[in-house]
Design a protein around this ligand. Structure first.
Ligand code: UT7
Length: 303
């Protein structure tokens, strides 16, 4: 297509991404991530009480991706459902999981965020098709000692501006049809990049500040902000507004592109595997995207 590595890197910070082969289902990535997370938690699959999946690119509407993962991992005692909050999905998922654990309803929750964005792109739309990649990230959430784990969460939505990012499923409005007139893939993702950019640069600092206000943690006490990896220019703009050093922000966008709801857990896993996360570190996770939605979580690393 009419693009260049130079344009993509300069405008987005993306240098590589992962793309599934066309006939490989997205759930294969999700199952792989789920198995790693269960192994790493030291639990057995039978100990999982709930499989919670966030995805905007499921292989099937039913069975849900969570039911497929339940079967493939042998989490035979778990309930299973999917949650759709686009790129904010992982934060929404953490917030939902936290409620079940705090009330004592469930003990161990497998949260998996997986996306096959390449299957939802139109390859003639150069503005959007260069941005997204495929991937999955997973965590097992359970009760930890007091003062650690999820200290606070904040989630929000503004459906009034939902038209800025759309992926149709079983219906298309006249507006949807018009925006996709030139597309080969009529069910592809469409977005108004500039409007989403403006929204993102404002909402990232807002959600970061909201999640730490009224807590004992200040921005200075935060080791890493792990944001949704959409565009390095969004991250730079948000960091400027927040008045924090760019080094405080953990990024993987160069290597993976935008993997929607999987961006944050993949970045967190990257930091964990590289041994950047130590017990007691304060982290802020912050996401934004389709809906339009946003969310943030303040964690004190406990593992
Ligand atoms: O996770 C969901 C959340 N989504 C996002 O966070 C996306 C937010 N938006 C963005 O990241 C940016 O708006 C984009 C990366 C999508 C686009 O960057 P931009 O700086 O807003 O570019 P633009 O749309 O204003 O286009 C600038 C120029 C245009 O050319 P002219 O009209 O100035 O001649 C485009 O046609 O860049 C051109 N262009 C490209 N050129 C080469 C757009 N896409 C490409 C491309 N290669 N892939």
């Amino acid at each position: 297509m009419d693009t260049s590595d130079e344009w993509i890197l300069k405008r987005t910070g993306i240098s590589q991404r992962r793309i599934l082969s066309q006939d490989t289902p997205v759930y294969t990535l999700a199952v792989e991530a789920a198995r790693h997370a269960i192994n790493d938690s030291g639990l057995q699959p039978e100990n999982i009480d709930l499989v919670l999946v966030t995805t905007s690119t499921p292989d099937y509407l039913t069975p849900s991706t969570s039911c497929i993962i339940q079967k493939e991992t042998g989490a035979v005692n778990a309930a299973a459902f999917d949650l759709v909050a686009a790129c904010s999905g992982f934060i929404y998922g953490m917030t939902v999981a936290q409620q079940f654990i705090q009330t004592g309803y469930y003990k161990n929750i497998l949260l998996v965020s997986c996306e096959g964005m390449s299957k939802a792109l139109d390859w003639s739309d150069r503005k959007n098709c260069v941005l997204f990649g495929d991937g999955a990230g997973a965590v097992v959430l359970g009760r930890v000692e007091d003062g650690y784990g999820i200290l606070n969460t904040h989630i929000g939505a503004n459906g009034a501006v939902g038209k800025y990012i759309t992926i149709p499923c079983l219906y298309m409005s006249e507006e949807d049809k018009q925006t996709r007139e030139e597309y080969d893939n009529k069910l592809a993702l469409w977005q108004d990049g500039q409007e989403v950019f403006k929204f993102a640069v404002k909402i990232m600092p807002y959600a970061t500040e909201r999640v730490i206000e009224n807590t004992e943690v200040s921005l200075d006490d935060v080791k890493y902000i792990i944001p949704h990896q959409a565009n390095c220019r969004i991250i730079e703009g948000a960091v400027k507004r927040l008045g924090v050093a760019l080094e405080k922000v953990y990024t993987t966008i160069k290597k993976y592109g935008n993997i929607s709801s999987a961006s944050i857990p993949v970045a967190m896993d990257d930091a964990y595997r590289k041994k950047h996360l130590n017990k007691g570190d304060n982290l802020v996770l912050v996401g934004f995207g389709g809906g339009l939605t946003w969310g943030s979580a303040l964690l004190r690393w406990s593992k």
